[in-house]
Design a protein around this ligand. Sequence first.
Ligand SMILES: C[S@@+](CC[C@H](N)C(=O)[O-])C[C@H]1O[C@@H](n2cnc3c(N)ncnc32)[C@H](O)[C@@H]1O
Length: 317
Amino acid sequence: MSFPTPWRTSARLTRRLLAIKQPYRCLSCSLRLAREEARQDAKTTHFGFESVPAAEKQSRVGAVFSSVASSYDTMNDLMSLYTHRLWKDHFVRSLNPGIHTSLFPSPNQPTSQTILDIAGGTGDIAFRLLSHATTVNNDHSSRVIVSDINPAMLAEGKKRSLQTEWASSERLSWVEANAEDLHMIDSNSIDLYTVAFGIRNFTDKMAALREAYRVLKPGGVFACLEFSKVHNPILNGAYKRWSFGAIPLIGQLVAGDRESYQYLVESIERFPSQREFAGMVEEAGFLLPGGMEEEGGWEDLMGGIAAVHRGIKPTEG
Ligand SMILES: C[S@@+](CC[C@H](N)C(=O)[O-])C[C@H]1O[C@@H](n2cnc3c(N)ncnc32)[C@H](O)[C@@H]1O
């Protein structure tokens, strides 16, 4: 039998003291902290139809888009039977990006816009925004920042930009960022914020909406194009059969990746309805423009397969 010598005891005590990383806490504080930690651990969100820890969603979405990046544009055409091009054209046209220089400009009239295309992926929206500003509004100085969390999607976008006139233009730039934390973008610096088919993938959509509000200038416009809810039951039935039957299969045959496309259709299903999402846009502080569908700040495309939501950052308080 061995008895602890004084030096052994003090070494053990020192080790124990070093092992205590947290400062002293009263019992009730420790219990509260433990409960909070358990609550955080249990915080889940959905990844398609699966329920996953919130902290895991971002990396799983990242894996999906890294996997689909190289086939993304071809797959978009096949999955949407080319209609995504019409929706994107309409989305951009309805926003009328750029400043139309009048013959007699007033001294305080802005001459260009800074546009932020979030979850901009392969640049589909950004190229359209720049083309519209230039050809329709004769605006040769407005610029677009494409931002996406996924470096593989941005790399595809940059590669595609080489086929456009914006390849080495200062009017087009690329930023890798999570839409929920745009700390690299100044507050009140953006005229138009666009997000197309991106927001349903975000873990914390309200955080992204609040960031959109922060970076926009007063009077600036938030615009979102996203899959939504189909109202007509017959159209809805046909659409669901196509989404759940054909899209994962096309994903498997064309891109060799059934799971990623299964996630994409499931994530559409989990996205809030037009009305719910308009409520979230309003909750972030935006004014919903009247005159849009049901005065609720959105416009349905093809019976609600997709919808455009808009919000205006108020000019006062
Ligand atoms: C379906 S793609 C849409 C790309 C493009 N806007 C379009 O319409 O073709 C969705 C994009 O959202 C991006 N994304 C997902 N989560 C994001 C996040 N938290 N922040 C920024 N981008 C994100 C993905 O990397 C992907 O490029």
